[in-house]
Design a protein around this ligand. Structure first.
Ligand code: ATP
Ligand code: MG
Ligand code: MG
Length: 551
């Protein structure tokens, strides 16, 4: 059912191989450890690790850790866990751009010696002003013509901690009139007196992304450096460094379109805001589009990989419909999830013609198409719970569920008829008195058709559970499209509803992260952290059975 869409990078590498190149490919996934990975990263992970896997190459995991203040070990750990959970393993040790700080420093010195870099003392505002615009060339910094000796001495002082944050930067000396602004003497090093999670207090100057990325690729022998389209304009700079430095290899950068999903934000900055403001319960809240959130919601790793195959890899962007993600999810859960009956809004049913105290054990397969999973036992007694949505006192035509005088089949059991409706003082229905037809177990009743089937649990055996009904976090398709509106204004106030449900007894020992189809209701997953088998059951709604919310 899932068909892979085209992937131009894969096609390109196959063509390179036919031409006798790219025999040994090395890719890398280079997250910055400043947040959790999200669904967009999954696309990059599947692309990089997937190509290496398919083509017998290697994929490195390299933390792009050049902004110490925003990064942390906790993010590093979470990112590794998510990649492994997705089903991938990096080649060799985990790598860090910070492993290469000394080499990068030496290469910066090399550029200075070649007259290709200088220490500049313009402040940020002046620097912006000197840089020019798309239509106007920039002007040279007054520090641009410093001597090599002076630059070497200044840069050494920067490293030695002689200057405060922001006092000076090291810049490449390229072309202040270049049409591509990235080539107008870009910054190579900034002063930042900050503790680094890997290098401690060893450094108080940190290299820029541009000065770090390509050289790290070269050090690691990356052949195909795949990144998202916003780096297309940085490619000339990426190549400039590789050309002017004695790097050990010549990686090639290729850009592809980012994944954008409707009803979703995929920007670490915005996701972090949701966490920091307490709008969600953490990076792995089941409503978050993070890998950890999706996992906790009940997504399978396979469904995320299938989704990435389905959307393919192209050079131009677009917005992917979230229903494609749901499709991949349901497609996998249909096979993966065991069945269970769970009543979300319990309404008591008493079978007046069932002998008091009598218990019968019925059964049903754990999965209709997977005999090997065996059967679950379904105790049946005089008092049951059904879902109150399956009863209407004054039903419209074609309401094939329960109503006064109307019959319905209890799933895996008998046909019952509602004889009497019991209400409380407020006029609310609190109980139904019904009779069952003993001649209808596993067969149709004589002389009449019963169309509806509803689920139920035996009241005495029902196991209470907290069920969290999650919905989309945002109620509009493009929550962050309008730059003038705060994306938080589009939050869905009903993204979480918690109900106390009753479960069939087979769920008592469900393990954290076990996935189920609650029959007629949807797919659910035992919460990874709060569900305690036999003690406190907590289930998260993963997705409905059908496309119900595409409003
Ligand atoms: P964000 O904008 O969310 O902070 P980022 O690109 O800054 O994302 P990184 O940690 O630098 O986050 O990303 C690691 C890798 O994942 C990069 O190669 C990046 O291009 C890729 N990536 C990030 N977001 C997406 C996305 N939405 N679709 C595809 N690839 C992505
Ligand atoms: Mg980045
Ligand atoms: Mg970022």
């Amino acid at each position: 059912e899932i068909t892979a869409a085209s992937n131009f990078i894969r096609t390109m590498i196959h063509q390179q191989r036919e031409a006798g190149q790219a025999q040994d490919i090395v890719t890398r996934f280079p997250p910055e450890p400043n947040g959790y990975l999200h669904i967009g990263h999954a696309k990059s992970i599947c692309l990089n690790f997937g190509l290496a896997e398919e083509l017998g190459g290697a994929c490195h995991l390299r933390f792009d850790d050049t902004n110490p203040e925003k990064e942390s070990q906790a993010y590093i750990d979470a990112i590794q866990e998510d990649i492994r959970w997705l089903g991938y393993q990096w080649a060799g040790e985990v790598r860090f751009a910070s492993n290469y700080f000394e080499q990068l420093y030496q290469w910066a010195v090399h550029l200075i010696r070649e007259g290709l870099a200088y220490v500049c003392e313009l402040n940020a505002e002046q620097m912006r002003e000197y840089r020019g615009t798309l239509t106007e060339p920039g002007r040279p910094s007054p520090y641009r013509e410093r001597s090599v000796e002076e630059n070497l001495a200044e840069f050494e002082q920067m490293r030695a901690g002689a200057y405060p944050n922001g006092a000076k930067v090291l810049r490449a000396k390229i072309d202040m009139a270049a049409p591509n602004i990235n080539l107008r003497d870009p910054i190579l090093y900034r002063i930042r007196h900050a503790h680094h999670h890997q290098t401690g207090d060893q450094w108080c100057i940190y290299p820029s992304y541009d000065f770090t990325h390509g050289q790290s690729d070269a050090i690691e022998g990356i052949t195909h450096s795949l990144c998202t389209l916003e780096f297309e304009d940085h490619r000339p700079l990426y190549e400039w460094f590789l050309r002017h430095l004695p790097v050990p290899s010549q990686p090639v950068q290729t850009e592809f379109a980012r994944l954008n999903l409707n009803y979703t934000v995929t920007s670490k900055r915005k996701l972090k805001l949701l966490v920091d403001e307490g709008i969600v319960e953490g990076w792995d809240d089941p409503r978050m589009p993070t890998i950890a959130g999706l996992r906790r919601r009940g997504y399978t790793a396979k469904s995320l990989r299938d989704f990435c195959d389905m959307i393919g890899v192209t050079r131009s962007g677009g917005v992917v419909d979230i229903n494609m993600l749901y499709f991949a999810l349901r497609n996998d859960l249909e096979h993966a999830a065991r069945r269970a009956m769970v009543v979300l809004n319990p309404l008591k049913v008493v079978l007046t013609n069932w002998k008091e105290g009598e218990e019968v054990e019925l059964s049903s397969p754990h999965h209709p198409a997977r005999e090997e999973l065996g059967e679950r036992r379904l105790p049946f007694t005089r008092e049951l719970y059904i879902d109150s949505d399956d009863f209407m006192e004054e039903p419209p035509k074609k309401f094939f569920r329960l109503a006064p005088g109307q019959e319905v089949r209890l799933r895996n059991a008998w046909v019952i008829r509602c004889d009497e409706v019991i209400k409380n003082a407020q006029g609310e229905v609190v109980e139904l008195r019904c009779s069952y037809d003993p001649d209808t177990l596993g067969k149709n009743p004589e002389g009449r058709k019963v169309k509806g089937v509803i689920h139920w649990v035996s009241a005495q055996h029902a196991i209470p559970a907290e069920v969290r009904l999650y919905d989309n976090l945002f109620q509009v398709e493009a929550p962050d499209a309008d730059k003038d509106t705060d994306f938080l204004e589009h939050l869905n106030p009903d993204s979480l509803q918690v109900v106390q449900a009753y479960c069939e007894p087979s769920l008592a020992l469900a393990q954290p992260e076990d996935r189920f189809q609650f029959e007629r209701v949807g797919y659910f997953c035992a919460d990874r952290y709060q569900h305690q088998p036999g003690e406190k059951l907590v289930f998260n709604r993963t997705v409905g059975l059908k496309d119900s919310w595409a409003k």
